[in-house]
Design a protein around this ligand. Structure first.
Ligand code: BTN
Length: 246
């Protein structure tokens, strides 16, 4: 049964254990669920990450949410919604937990160089176009397994306080709703400007998609611009890693 996110009004389907909130959101879309429907779970047994990875979170410790969109943007612009989601998560963390974060291209949310949240955008173009924006935010974890400890962090670790998942959910959904509407009205420019203010990828020497150079800007479609061998190269997909200075 759908309820609503307090103060936001979006319809939200709350589940205890699922394979993936992404799968549930696509199923609901196929059954006619409206734009803006939110799916949230306490636990995922098959959480999906970017690039075919698995997203792990112990039961009750993460904010695991998928937002179903019936996009009003052209398909080529859909990937920019994942940058809008990263901006929204950053602003929600500031508003609801007093936590300042940085964004790593394309859409990782970082604190002290460790990953706090990840975003997965999946789409189905037909029969009716559907985009599902999945957000996994580490909230209550007090520690991580040794293999993740220097790469992952949580709101609880960063703030030293137990964070309120419900408050974070409301803040994320409200902020994403407002950035998404802005992108539909004004295009990518305002999202791009805010993303650039929040990123620490630009200015770094990086390796991405086989290209090594200095990340200098974000293109008008969300691609990362890297200056390599004296010319600007576009990185449209993949992971960014720090590269040593020559
Ligand atoms: C990443 O790899 O960085 C993206 C992770 C996205 C995980 C979230 S958790 C909620 C939603 N449901 C999923 O199965 N995946 C996304």
């Amino acid at each position: 049964m759908a309820t609503s996110v307090p103060g936001v009004g979006a319809s939200v389907v709350r589940l205890a254990t699922v394979d993936s909130t992404q799968r549930v959101a696509f199923d609901l879309a196929a059954d006619g669920a409206p734009d803006g429907t939110v799916v949230v779970a306490d636990e995922q047994r098959g959480g999906r990450g970017r690039r075919g990875r698995v997203w792990h979170a112990a039961p009750g410790e993460g904010l695991l949410v998928s937002i179903l969109l019936r996009p009003r943007l052209a398909p080529l612009a859909w990937p920019t919604l994942s940058l809008a989601a990263a901006v929204a998560v950053a602003e929600a963390l500031d508003a609801a937990a007093g936590l300042a974060v940085r964004l790593k291209w394309p859409n990782d949310v970082m604190a002290r160089g460790r990953k706090l949240a990840g975003i997965l955008l999946e789409s189905r173009p037909s029969p009716a176009p559907v985009v599902v924006v999945g957000i996994g935010l580490n909230v209550a974890q007090r520690d991580f397994p040794p293999e993740l400890a220097d790469r992952a962090t949580s709101v609880a670790i960063e703030t030293g306080r137990a964070a309120d998942r419900e408050a974070l959910l409301g803040a994320v959904v409200a902020s994403f709703g407002s950035w998404r509407r802005r992108a539909e009205r004004e295009g990518f420019a305002p999202v791009r400007e805010r993303w650039l203010a929040l990123t620490d990828t630009v200015g770094r020497r990086v390796t991405a998609d086989g290209i090594t150079g200095e990340a200098v800007d974000l293109d008008g479609d969300g691609a990362l611009l890297v200056r390599a061998d004296g010319r600007l190269r576009r990185v449209v997909s993949g992971e960014v890693a720090d590269a040593p200075r020559p």
